[in-house]
Design a protein around this ligand. Structure first.
Ligand code: NAD
Length: 476
């Protein structure tokens, strides 16, 4: 079906879900069970601030409990509403299934502009919101584990974890009630960067498959590819940083709320980040040209477009004019169902949100496991691994000397080889493996089934089949 008007985020998710299930052979009852959102809790609570009581509205939605705990971020934004939270919760169900993290799907949100409140006030609001959710087991290490999303970060997660600990003083696993915490509060190395890192690993995997690269009318590797990024927050900044510093990509434009900054030679991402941290805006950045109409920059000619801000930024109003042959959805739902139709017909390849931004939940999974096992990854084996490598290097050097080769292993090789993997290396390795494996599962369907002509449908098919299998095993 062709969509002539733009659908809401939730309707878009519904349409994409329907397209996938129409290609499956699920019993109607099971299909409906997977489609519906199990429950959404709405809470209105008051906090006394600045001499008066302010009432806030928040949500926690649980889409599917085929696996528990359920997992999903908490968003702070004025635009938060029940429909949006439910759509995001559904995406979490499918995302977790696709990257094989053993969770059901959930999401939370609070209608608030975090910029309107100072840190102390935000702490009071967050603790009160958390209190309401904890009371109802909507935050709990075994049942529902939130994480950061738009407008929230490590700081809010630390407040939530502390609130849970105060209310559950004898729970030895209390720290696992939320992920995305600072390291000193039970977090894990590499969580802050994880979603942006996942974008990098997803693109690297995509470019390992020349057949897929050709379908996007591109060639070669990531090297010197021109990239436009919308949203320079946690996800957008980290993706830009890693792709420019480690894969030699050129970030030719960054689009923010108040406009865009462009530099065809490639922006200096660290300098732009420092400027934005200092001034709160990308305006007046000396390393590029500023353009007030930010959203028109989405239409700029580039190799890869990375929407990393909000849902619906690529819609029926601009889809025809999008120039990028490859879009990777770092944000959740940045392409509406109508725009998706237009872009698919034009042959644009879209790496879908459900897969592309799954780095966050994947590393959250590692953090949750770390909290439950009460030990940092690598602590037991790192030095032992180094000692074994040392033995091998020494022996190789001895053999080479004894056989008169006269050469020794280089210091550079020795340094790289001898270093045992610490937590950060292990987290990155686990994330890389998850992103590669999930991409391969999607592309297998994309190429093997004639009725699957895009990665999004393939992603839904893999995910829905896994959720269905889980319900079947449970005997539902
Ligand atoms: P964030 O709040 O750190 O950053 C969002 C950025 O987008 C901000 O800099 C904001 O100014 C900018 N922005 C907002 N509206 C904009 C607009 N209309 N045009 C241009 N820029 C705009 O949020 P984030 O954590 O980076 O999340 C971004 C997206 O990624 C969201 O869709 C979120 O659901 C998704 N996501 C985040 C994570 C995570 O781990 N943080 C994980 C998965 C998905």
């Amino acid at each position: 079906m062709k969509h002539t008007t733009d659908l809401s985020f939730r309707e878009s998710v519904e349409v994409m879900f329907n397209r996938a299930v129409s290609l499956m052979d699920l019993p109607a009852g099971l299909e409906e069970k997977i489609r519906v959102c199990n429950a959404t809790y709405t809470v209105r609570f008051g906090v006394r601030l600045r001499g008066e009581i302010h009432t806030f509205t928040g949500y926690r939605s649980v889409h599917s409990e085929h696996m528990e705990p359920v997992k999903g971020g908490i968003r702070y934004a004025l635009s938060v509403n029940q429909d949006e939270v439910e759509a995001l919760a559904a995406l979490m169900t499918f995302k977790c299934a696709l990257v094989e993290t053993p969770f059901g799907g959930s999401k939370g949100g609070l209608c608030i502009d975090p910029k309107e409140w100072d840190e102390e006030e935000l702490e009071q609001i967050t603790r009160r919101f958390a209190y309401e959710l904890i009371k109802r087991d909507l935050i709990s290490p075994s049942q529902n584990v939130p994480a950061p999303d738009m407008g929230t970060g490590e700081r809010e997660m630390a407040w939530i974890a502390d609130q849970y600990q105060r209310m559950n003083t004898t729970d030895i696993n209390a720290k696992a009630c939320v992920t995305g915490k600072p390291i000193n509060a039970g977090g894990i190395s590499g969580r802050v960067e994880a979603t942006g890192r996942g974008i990098q690993y997803a693109l690297r995997e995509f470019f390992r498959h020349p057949e897929d690269v050709n379908l996007a009318k591109l060639s070669g590797s990531l090297d010197r590819k021109n990239i436009v990024i919308q949203g320079f927050g946690n996800v957008g900044y980290h993706a830009a940083k890693f792709l420019s510093q480690e894969d030699n990509c050129k970030i030719i434009a960054v689009i923010e709320r108040d406009g865009a900054v462009i530099n065809q030679d490639g922006l200096d991402i660290e300098a732009l980040y420092a400027h934005m941290s200092k001034t709160g805006s990308i305006k007046k950045f000396s390393g590029g040209t500023f353009q007030t109409n930010g959203s028109s920059v989405l239409e700029m000619k580039c190799d890869i477009l990375i929407p990393a801000a909000i849902e619906g930024s690529i819609n029926l109003l601009n889809a025809e004019r999008i120039n990028a042959p490859l879009i990777i959805e770092a944000a959740n739902g940045p392409v509406t169902a109508g725009a998706d139709d237009v872009l698919r017909n034009r042959g644009t390849v879209i790496i879908p949100d459900m897969y592309a931004n799954a780095g966050g939940v994947t590393v959250s999974y590692f953090e949750w496991v770390k909290n439950l096992s009460h030990i940092r990854f690598g602590r037991m084996q790192r030095r032992q691994e180094e000692a074994r490598h040392h033995l091998l290097v020494e022996e190789l050097n001895r053999v080479m000397e004894a056989s008169g080769l006269g050469t020794k292993l280089s210091d550079k090789f020795k340094e790289a080889y001898l270093r045992g993997a610490g937590e950060l290396e292990l987290v990155r390795s686990g994330l890389d493996d998850s992103m590669r494996t999930a991409y391969q599962h999607m592309r297998e369907l994309w190429h093997s089934r004639k009725d699957v002509d895009d990665l999004r449908t393939a992603a839904y098919l893999v995910a829905i089949e896994r959720v269905a299998e889980s319900y079947r095993t449970k005997g539902l």
